[in-house]
Design a binder for this molecule. Sequence first.
Ligand SMILES: [Mg+2]
Length: 549
Amino acid sequence: VGAVESRGSAWERLVAKAQREDVLAAAITAVAILLFAGIGMKVVPRAVYALMESHGGVDRVASTALLLNVALLLFSWRRYKDAIAERSRRVEAEERAEILSSRDQLTNLLVLNSISDTGNRTIEEARAQGQQVAMLVVNLDRFKNINDVYGHIAGDAVLRAVSDAIISTVPPEALCARIGADEFAVIFPFCESARETVADIAEHIVFRLREPVEINGVHVHGSASIGISRTGRDCGTIEGLLRRANIAMHTAKEIGADRAIWFDTSMESVLRARNEIESGLRRGVPLGEFVPYFQPQVDIDTGDICGLEALARWNHPAGGVVGPDLFIPVAEETGMIGDMFESVFRQALLEARLWDPSLILSVNVSPGQLKDPWLSHRILKVLTEVSFPPERLEIEITESSLFENLAVAQTIVTSLKNQGVRLALDDFGTGYSSLAHLRALPFDRIKIDRSFVQNMLKDPQSLAIVSAVTAMSRSLSVPVTAEGVEDGETLRMLREVGCDKAQGWHFGRPRSAEETRLILDAKGLLKQGLAPPSDETTITLGLDVGRAA
Ligand SMILES: [Mg+2]
């Protein structure tokens, strides 16, 4: 923007200078004409008289002035013509620059800035004819991969092919623009009775963009997601259409990409809620609003607490305690997961330092975090800062996150293991991990997903899976924790199949740090000499929102 502004003011200065020069040249010409008229009226009659009467007395000074005046007149006239020519050249250059800036150089489509005026005119004209205007926002799926794998020249070729495919699919009167690196907008009028035509066009674009593009003998496959919006009572500008089509396009991506969907007002409220969570994260993480809650993990044989799992909760200033299902996906999407995790992790470690040294602290790492190659460094840095023994920390990784990126996960896990941190495979049975995964990563524990544990009494298949996983783990010498134990009967069954640890509401829901401290103190599981704060004598049995094992 700064560059555009400074370019704008430079241009204005240039135009002002040119105008000053024009005025100056015109003024000199005018003065020269007046002088010529003045001097000429005196000198010419005398000269004529002198010639006719052979009178030798022509005023030398006056005739020299007249000659000089003629020269000045010629000079200023020439200058004036030059200035005019220069100005028309400038105007031409300006027009050329305007055309260049309104067109995308790669695809020759319009650019974002230039569709606003033209598009709003299209809306006005359509309204006058009783028609509506549709906008499609076309975004290529995973276009960055194409650039990364085949290079930018291939990427440009794909963009040109996409632009050609769009132009050949949309109605001839449609305005097409490239509005982002891999994003296009199409605007065209349509009759209310032909609403399906709009969807058909969008579907056809999706279909066309699935076709591979051949670049240097290689077939590059791609796809696109399209959001569709249309003018209506509450949407009558290009900006409004663009915003709605964009929301629909993002929704299309979220539900699996490679499709076209119409904007729906419910999408807006989802987006608003998401934005509220995002601003809540930005505000709340530094304020320590995101805190660990702790749920006990119990030895099935002895009934003793052997560890606690830290579960992130949001102490919302207005909305009470919010569960992680709401904020973790947004934190991952916005890249704030790292900061949020570090804040909660640090608080959990500080709290766990107060517990009996025999208690293990389990911490969940989300799938998004496992894509961060620096994750192990971050974890180890906090461990060192808080001086927490690594062997008391157990990192829980879900199966699905392993499947997404085994190579990076392996590096992270190896570096954590080398420092003595334990490793648990979380939610086992819900993802895609194979025995190969179990062998590839040195897990210290497997946690059977609650869906099997909770159904094992009434569903023989779930029971079979729990028994099989337990048997397999025993032969691999990896202990098993059952998640989601809610009653004594399930616990008895788990003891029978040979499961060694359990976690769930039967033993306690996730509780705040203060409540956990009281529970541990009652069992003599706080570090020697540590007493809980004196003003807290009761445990409030508040209901948890969100996930609890
Ligand atoms: Mg877990």
